[in-house]
Ligand binder design. Structure first.
Ligand code: ZN
Length: 115
């Protein structure tokens, strides 16, 4: 998947930057209009992280838990309905969780065993 360099969300334009982030998969600087995505993630994790940050841009009042729940749900709909195609060897899982305390089982996939 080719990520855009910029993305328009709610009338604002955000620059998308891939870089190293120590303590998160991604973050958004609302003042500068910059979404940072940790470059050391798998392709599918980058997509889910971008969705997560887009949701923060749409509504910064949502809790981190709700934001991640929605990001995971939208990500899985996009993958399962082939709006986004991953390389064939990529297994779609819901293992990517930003906060290890949050585990989000879906109707289609059993929750992964705790690691
Ligand atoms: Zn977040």
């Amino acid at each position: 998947m080719v990520f855009p360099k910029k993305i328009k969300i709610g009338g604002l334009t955000y620059k998308i930057v891939f870089c190293e982030i120590d303590d998160a998969f991604g973050d958004t600087d609302f003042t500068k209009g910059v979404i940072r995505i940790d470059k050391n993630q798998k392709e599918e994790q980058k997509i889910a992280t971008l969705l997560h940050e887009i949701l923060h841009c749409l509504n910064s009042q949502l809790s981190e838990e709700t934001t991640e729940f929605l990001a995971q749900g939208i990500y899985q709909v996009l993958i399962h309905n082939k709006f986004i195609k991953l390389p064939k060897n990529k297994e779609v899982t819901n293992k990517r969780i930003r906060n290890k305390k949050v585990d989000i089982p879906t109707a289609h996939e059993p929750a992964p065993a705790s690691e």
